[in-house]
Design a protein around this ligand. Structure first.
Ligand SMILES: [Zn+2]
Length: 361
């Protein structure tokens, strides 16, 4: 009864919603249940038997947007940290995970640590057997969010490889962003519970204080200065409070404007893009994955908007460090295209790197 099997429902072999099934000791745990990209794409759970619990890594849509499928799965309880639980619909029954430390899920020992990627975001280490690590999304470079490197041995690791074998640093990202500053109003569509506050903080640290934010960004900053401080690197409270104080509302095309959503499909950004699209003096810059069939996709394809990457996932060197740190012998790279498999397999050798399940762990 010690055998454990990992089934890759969605999120491996191509960018897509996160959803993995861990079958262990007669229990079935779903790790994340996302929607998209692209928007409207859900994991295929039709063939799955009822699951005993869903465990969430963080609150981004590609990890939680599929919770609308819970009725098909027998309405299992959902395990999440407090900031993630706060982002869920109220009718979902949640059980709290710690943001760092030991706990258990349905009697299985689990350890969590901060993922350096989003408020309340955690990686999950299932302690039994040789150890199994699921990172969700992680970032080792954030200047805002704290990252606790997983260190306990894990024979099998399902890890965030969103950037494949890309290696540019966050320093490089800043130099790229800096080229867009000082040339008139700049709109940055961002996720408020992700890189938005981090970019705002970097702007302030570089002496740029003409910063304007929408309500979602302001709410995220206020949470980071309050109950979400636990997800921050140490000693940032004063800087976050200063940023919250300095940031002004967006009341026209001026300064550096940070607003959600990141793809322009909803939130303040949708309205701002409609206002600013025809104003060439306003630069529009997307800094994340361009979700197909969204305003971000349309505006970058037409040349009206620019795009660059602001690192919120591991570089290849971070991935190599992680795999060696936990001593993983089998690695499943998640959230990247299958075309990246040969490069990852070479870089992560002697670990066995695979995108094909099911996997006995
Ligand atoms: Zn994420």
């Amino acid at each position: 009864m010690n055998s454990r099997v990992l089934r890759l429902i969605s999120g491996v072999g191509a960018k897509g919603p996160a959803c993995f099934l861990l079958e262990t000791r007669g229990k079935r745990l779903l790790l994340d249940l996302g929607e998209g990209p692209p928007t409207g794409k859900f994991p295929d759970v039709d063939g799955l038997p009822p699951v005993d619990a869903v465990v969430l890594s963080h609150s981004h849509k590609d990890h939680i947007g599929g919770l609308t499928l819970l009725p098909k799965l027998g309405h299992p309880p959902v395990y999440a940290t407090e900031p993630v639980a706060r982002a869920l619909p109220r009718d979902i029954g949640t059980r709290l995970l710690p943001i760092g430390g030991a706990t258990d899920v349905l009697g299985m020992p689990v350890e969590t640590g901060r993922n350096g990627h989003a408020p309340g975001g955690v990686w999950l280490h299932f302690v039994g057997g040789g150890g199994f690590l699921y990172t969700g999304d992680i970032c080792a470079e954030s200047s805002l969010y704290a990252y606790d490197p997983p260190a306990r041995a894990a024979v099998t690791a399902l890890i965030d490889c969103s950037y494949g074998d890309y290696q540019n640093s966050l320093e490089h990202c800043w130099r790229e962003l800096a080229q867009f500053l000082g040339g008139g109003p700049l709109l940055l569509p961002v996720p408020a519970n992700g890189r938005g506050p981090e970019i705002a903080l970097e702007l302030l640290r570089h002496g740029i204080d003409d910063i304007h934010v929408d309500d979602a960004m302001r709410g995220a900053l206020q949470h980071l200065g309050g109950s979400d401080q636990i997800s921050l690197q140490a000693g940032l409270r004063d800087e976050i409070e200063g940023l919250t104080h300095i940031a002004k509302p967006i009341d026209g095309p001026r300064g550096i404007m940070l607003a959600a959503s990141a793809d322009g499909a909803s939130g303040a950004t949708a309205k701002l893009l409609a206002q600013f699209e025809s104003k060439p003096a306003v630069t529009i810059l997307f800094t994340g994955y361009v979700n197909p069939d969204t305003p971000a996709d349309r505006l970058t394809k037409s040349g009206r908007a620019k795009t660059m990457r602001w690192n919120v996932h591991p570089r290849l060197s971070d991935t190599i460090g992680l795999v060696r740190g936990v001593g993983a012998r089998t690695v499943i790279p998640a959230f990247c295209d299958r075309a990246r498999l040969p490069a990852l397999a070479q870089a992560l050798a002697p670990a066995h790197v695979t995108m094909d399940g099911p996997i006995e762990i």
